[in-house]
Design a protein around this ligand. Structure first.
Ligand code: SAM
Length: 342
C-alpha cells in the first residue's frame, strides 16, 4: 500500500468548492491554470520520487491542490511560496489541518533566495547522495523557464537551495520546452536550453499533461520534468561564460557553428578569431549547433577563455549591443597572416 493511500487529511472542502467559495477566478495576468485531476496531481508528486520525511518547497501552490498531495506523502515539512495573496484563506485552512508543518510564504519566487530555508541537518556534501529536500512546482510557463535558468546559475555556484547539496526539482513546463530540455544531439528540439540543462543536471521528461486537464484550459500541453544536479558539471567553468558561448553559437541554429562563434568577437577580428578558436577546440567549422555535444561546447568555452586571457576586452564584447564595431578598441591582430591594423 502506498503512503498516499494511508494518509487521510481531515475533511476539507474540495479545491473546486474552495475556488467557488473564495471566488478564486484564475487571473490571466498571472497565467493561472489550476490542475483538477487528482490522478495527474499525484503523478506529479510521485515524479519527484519518495518525499517521505523530506523537506518540500512548493512554488506556486495556488489554492493548494498539489500541496494536498504533497502532504499526503508525509514529508517532514512543507514550505509554499505563492505570489497571489487571494489564496491565503484556502492555504491557511490547509495549514491548520495538515499533520505536517506547512509554512506559507507570500512573495515572488524569482526574487527568492532559498539559502536559509531548510534544516541544516538535511545538508549533504555535493558529491554525496541528494539531500532530503525537494523543490516542486506547477508554475506559469513565463516563470518556469527563466526560473530554471536562474536556478541553474545557483546550482553552478552551489548557492540558494543548492547550498544544501544536490537538491532535486520537479517542475512543469510547456511540453515543447520540456522536449527541448531533454533533447539529444541531432534532433530538431536540440537548443540552447538542452545544453544548459544537461550541463548541470540529469534531466528526465517524466510525462505530459494535456491542456484540457487544467481550468482554464491553456492552449498548450504541459511536460513534467525532474532535474537532478550532477556531481560534476560536464563543463566546469563559470556560468556566465558558458551561457554566453552557448547563446552565441545557437544564435544561428541552422547555420555552420562558425557563424555563431564569430558573434563572440568584434567585427574586424571576427572571422579570424572564430577560425582560430575552432581549430583550438578541434571542432569542424561546418558542424551545426544542434550537432554539438555538451563536451564539444566545453572545448569551445575553453578555447574562448584562452583567447580572452590574451585580450580580456573580448569577454565584455556583446554582439547584440554593439552598434558600431568600428569603434571597438584595440582590434589589432598580432598574426603573421594578417598585417592589417584594423
Ligand atoms: N499549483 C496550482 C495547480 O497546479 O493547480 C496552481 C498552478 S498555476 C499554473 C501557477 C501558480 O503560481 C499560481 O497560483 C500563481 O499565482 C503562482 N505564481 C505565478 N507567478 C509566481 C511567482 N513569480 N512566484 C510565486 N508564485 C507564482
Amino acid at each position: 500500500m502506498s503512503v498516499s493511500q494511508i494518509i487521510r487529511l481531515p475533511p476539507l472542502p474540495s479545491i473546486r468548492d474552495l475556488i467557488k467559495l473564495y471566488k478564486l477566478r484564475a487571473m490571466k495576468e498571472l497565467s493561472q491554470n489550476f490542475l483538477m485531476e487528482p490522478r495527474l496531481i499525484s503523478r506529479i508528486v510521485r515524479s519527484a520520487g519518495s518525499i517521505k520525511d523530506c523537506e518540500v518547497c512548493e512554488v506556486g501552490p495556488g489554492p493548494g491542490n498539489i500541496t494536498r498531495s504533497i502532504i499526503q506523502n508525509m514529508p517532514s515539512r512543507v514550505l509554499i511560496i505563492e505570489k497571489d495573496k487571494r489564496f491565503t484563506p484556502s492555504l491557511e485552512l490547509l495549514a491548520e489541518s495538515s499533520p505536517v508543518p506547512l509554512e506559507l510564504i507570500f512573495g515572488d519566487v524569482m526574487n527568492f533566495n532559498l539559502e536559509q530555508m531548510f534544516n541544516e541537518d538535511n545538508k549533504m556534501e555535493w558529491e554525496d547522495k541528494c539531500p532530503q529536500i525537494h523543490l516542486i512546482g506547477n508554475l506559469p510557463f513565463n516563470v518556469s523557464t527563466p526560473l530554471i535558468i536562474r536556478w541553474l546559475k545557483a546550482i553552478s555556484e552551489r548557492k540558494s537551495a543548492w547550498r544544501y547539496g544536490r537538491v532535486r526539482m520537479t517542475l512543469t513546463f510547456q511540453k515543447e520546452v520540456a522536449e527541448r530540455m531533454v533533447a539529444p544531439i541531432m534532433t530538431k528540439e536540440r537548443s540552447r536550453l538542452s545544453v544548459m540543462c544537461q550541463n548541470w543536471c540529469r534531466v528526465e521528461h517524466k510525462f505530459n499533461i494535456p491542456g484540457r486537464a487544467f481550468i482554464p484550459k491553456p492552449n498548450v500541453d504541459v511536460g513534467v520534468v525532474r532535474l537532478t544536479p550532477l556531481k560534476k558539471p560536464i563543463i566546469n567553468l563559470p556560468f556566465d561564460i558558458i551561457e554566453k558561448v552557448i547563446r552565441s553559437v545557437f544564435s544561428y541554429r541552422q547555420k555552420h557553428c562558425i557563424r555563431g562563434v564569430e558573434t563572440l568577437f568584434p567585427k574586424p577580428v571576427r572571422e579570424q578569431l572564430a577560425s582560430e578558436l575552432l581549430i583550438a577546440a578541434a571542432i569542424e567549422p561546418s558542424t551545426r549547433p544542434f550537432q554539438l555535444t555538451v563536451s564539444e561546447f566545453g572545448r569551445i568555452c575553453e578555447a574562448y577563455m584562452s583567447i580572452c586571457k590574451e585580450k580580456p576586452d573580448y569577454m565584455k564584447y556583446n554582439y547584440r549591443e554593439q552598434k558600431s564595431d568600428e569603434n571597438w578598441p584595440d582590434v589589432k591582430i598580432n598574426n603573421s597572416d594578417s598585417s592589417e591594423n584594423i
